[in-house]
Design a protein around this ligand. Structure first.
Ligand code: SF4
Ligand code: SF4
Length: 222
């Protein structure tokens, strides 16, 4: 899922400084699962902003709502009219949701309440880790299911850099060297012959280096 975290309150208060009527809009997708932008987080942020503005002597009218998803046009439809009732909409979705509101609702001013971070997995309560960088050309069948694109600090495709110590990454010793883990896993699965395979230079265009990505499935078009 997409992992995000709320921006500092001070930054959000500055963002909405001229706003007198605000809609805080949560999303029940990924950001709700990672406890950044669901119903509960909308309520907490609304209270904090009301208090912050009251303390500053500039009370604000805030309405709260949460959509099923902010990255799907059918759920954004009501916002086209509803959004015009407010000076701004503060979205608690990922950046995709904020962009999509801007695209679908021309009359609505939208701001991001979250910093969208990465595609990650939930390791334990309150802990998430990046597992995929959405590179568009997956090589996990060659690496024991562990991703060196997202999980190696140097994005190496052909083995380790040689700097790891005790199985930890030399760039950030708080995380394991993913190439060490790939080696151990392929060895235990008796697939270590894959380690001798030289991967060709990657074409990074599918990873977004060729411009914004766009996908069409002809069979699903209306
Ligand atoms: S190889 Fe690419 S698509 Fe596959 S997990 Fe890694 S970043 Fe994601
Ligand atoms: S120590 Fe391992 S994970 Fe860290 S940069 Fe080198 S190869 Fe990548």
């Amino acid at each position: 899922m997409i992992i995000a975290e709320r921006k500092p309150l001070k930054e959000i208060l500055e963002m909405i400084s001229g706003v007198e009527k605000l809609l805080i809009l949560g999303c029940r997708g990924c950001v709700a699962v990672c406890s950044a932008g669901g119903d509960k987080e909308v309520a907490i942020l609304a209270s904090a902003l009301r208090l912050g503005r009251k303390k500053a002597g500039k009370p604000i009218e805030i309405h709260e709502d949460t959509y099923i998803r902010q990255c799907d046009p059918e759920y954004l439809e009501p916002l086209k009219e509803e959004g015009k009732k407010y000076d701004a909409v503060l979205s608690m979705a990922c950046g995709v949701g904020v962009n999509f509101i801007a695209e679908c609702c021309p009359g609505v001013r939208v701001m991001p309440a979250l910093n969208t971070s990465f595609y990650g997995a939930n390791l334990s309560s309150g802990e998430w880790a990046e597992m995929c960088a959405g590179c568009g050309a997956c090589i996990l069948h060659l690496t024991g299911g562990l991703c060196p694109v997202a999980r190696c600090a140097k994005h190496l495709s052909n083995g380790p850099c040689g700097g790891s110590v005790g199985g930890r990454c030399e760039v950030d010793p708080s995380v394991p060297c993913i190439w060490q883990k790939i080696y151990e896993r392929l060895t235990s699965l008796k697939q270590d012959q894959l380690l001798r395979k030289i991967m060709p230079m990657r074409d990074w265009r599918p990873a977004g280096h060729g411009g914004p990505r766009h996908r069409i499935r002809e069979d699903l078009l209306p």
